[in-house]
Design a binder for this molecule. Structure first.
Ligand code: ZN
Length: 82
């Protein structure tokens, strides 16, 4: 695991994203949505990513920032305020 740069305060931190599948009872869904989030220990702000996978498909655990950066960032929507 490498450190990553917080998109809010631009300080490096050691990421540990929590990942989970959004639960739904709707069988006729196109795919599954996976959410990843962490909170920067320097500024205390949320960093949230998402991706879509096949129905009941596998997804990576979210501890590798190089993989995280390939996903869609939902929050913050703009990069590096500084
Ligand atoms: Zn930060």
């Amino acid at each position: 695991m490498r450190d990553m740069e917080c998109p809010h305060c631009v300080q490096g931190f050691h990421p540990s994203f929590v990942s989970f599948r959004l639960e739904t009872k709707v069988e006729k869904r196109e795919n599954d949505c996976i959410l990843y989030y962490d909170i920067c220990p320097q500024c205390g702000k949320y960093i949230i990513y998402n991706t879509f996978v096949e129905k009941n498909g596998s997804y990576f655990s979210g501890t590798d920032p190089t993989s995280i950066e390939n996903l869609t960032r939902m929050f913050p929507r703009n990069k590096n305020h500084k």
